[in-house]
Ligand binder design. Sequence first.
Ligand code: DC
Length: 215
Amino acid sequence: MIITLDGPAGSGKSTTARALAKKLGGVYLDTGAMYRSVTLVALESGVNIGDAAKLDTIARTIVIDFQESTNGQKVFVNGRDITAAIRTPEVDANVSTVSAHPCVREKMVAQQRNIAKKHKTVIVEGRDTGSVVFPNADHKFFLSANPAERGKRRALQTGQAADKVQDIAKQIVERDSKDSSRSISPLVVPIGAVEIDNSHLNLDETLHKILQFLA
Ligand code: DC
């Protein structure tokens, strides 16, 4: 069974997808972490993020692994733990540009489909997972929340001060706009997806709503 959860940054997709995977005994696939991994390698190796040929080589050769640990899921690139390194403001600022390259998307989508094939139940989270990667998914959800709430959540997640919430919300809106306006696989509500605005819902309430649709 494949369940997709798409939505903008800070909409609670990751937390919800992780909790859902735990509840259903499935595997959690964080597709954003894959685009972040390509971005990190590009930045570390001094590759210009506009250079499609160089990004193509990175996307083709990168080995991305997910491993469950007691502190949540860890992400490895070529055997190195990059779980924290892919969540920096620098990666945040560049990932939309990297992920808009068709050659990068093609390679990541192929990897995502391969990973899903190996598991019975997969909860996939991202921007295009219900629209492009798994258009025939068993269940599709689209999560959203207002920008102020999403800014608050990101600040909490990244340990930033409350007076940074407005700045974070602004950056989130800019990233949403880039992700939604790109020509390839933009952020859209997938056909057949259930839309959930969780601005005023906590994790349990969001999860409860989703589980109602799976029953
Ligand atoms: O979910 P996230 O914030 O970790 O995603 C990081 C970026 O990766 C996001 O700004 C857009 C891109 N992304 C994408 O283009 N397609 C996906 N399926 C997942 C993420």
